[in-house]
Design a protein around this ligand. Structure first.
Ligand code: 13P
Length: 250
């Protein structure tokens, strides 16, 4: 049985005081037995969030990491540094990083290895652009991105990874994929993992849907056979809405 996982991706929002207040407000409420709750925040918020979330079941994640452990990489943050802060998760290969920050399938794969080297759980994002969907290439795009991301990872590592299927046209647009369509692509991604690692790993890997998930639609996604959670942007920023997302995932 896979544990559902709701992860908020705050993107480039919230100062340290705002982040601390958020945790105070969701404590005890965005904590539901049998649902994992993760906040992925800007680097600047991470120490304060780890501290504020102590004694709760809320886990903290970063939104990126560098693939090397240290070196002359101005402006970058390594997996070793994140682990040292007490961070547990890291988003890798978000479509905004692929589109605006030259993230490639190759760097995504290197970052997956870096995350596991430092005991961080990756949430690796895959998903197609609108024109790719319209050209019927959704599954092809997911195949290339998923297989590249997992290259060289062991079965044990693969089973621990979280995959987020985020169709790019559904991100921040209010145009969410239907639950049935999302489930079809996510089932296909699970088949890909099965092809790489076999049935046991495929049955363990958690696959989220992301793209305009809100309290009003989270239950519908969670009711699908292969959807194990959601990676949520906009609707994760307000405490009340985040609480409803976690409670709705049960
Ligand atoms: O990009 C996303 C999460 O990583 C989705 O963002 P929205 O929930 O704002 O559509």
């Amino acid at each position: 049985m896979r544990t559902p996982i709701i992860a908020g991706n705050w993107k480039m929002f919230k100062t340290v005081p705002e982040a601390k207040t958020f945790i105070e407000e969701v404590k005890g409420k965005a904590e539901v037995d049998g649902v994992e709750s993760v906040i992925c925040a800007p680097f600047t918020n991470l120490p304060a969030l780890v501290e504020a979330a102590k004694g709760t079941s809320i886990k903290i994640g970063a939104q990126n990491l560098h693939f090397e452990d240290n070196g002359a990489y101005t402006g970058e943050i390594s997996g070793e540094m994140l682990k040292d802060l007490g961070v547990d998760y890291v988003i890798i290969g978000h479509s905004e990083r692929r589109a605006y920050f030259a993230e490639t399938d190759e760097t995504v794969n290197k970052k997956m290895h870096a995350a596991f080297r430092h005991g961080l759980t990756p949430i690796v994002c895959v998903g197609e652009k609108l024109e790719e969907r319209e050209a019927g290439q959704t599954k092809d795009v997911c195949k290339v991105q998923t297989e590249a991301a997992f290259k060289g990872l062991s079965a044990e590592q693969a089973a621990q990874a979280v995959i987020a299927y985020e169709p790019i046209w559904a991100i921040g647009t209010g145009k969410s994929s239907t639950a049935q369509d999302a489930n079809e692509v996510i089932s296909y991604i699970r088949e890909l993992v099965k092809g790489l690692y076999g049935e046991d790993v495929a049955s363990k890997v958690r696959i989220q849907y992301g793209g305009s998930v809100k309290p009003e639609n989270v239950t519908e996604y969670m009711g699908q056979s292969d959807i194990d959670g959601a990676l949520v942007g906009g609707a994760s920023l307000q405490p009340a809405s985040y609480i409803q997302l976690v409670q709705g995932a049960k």
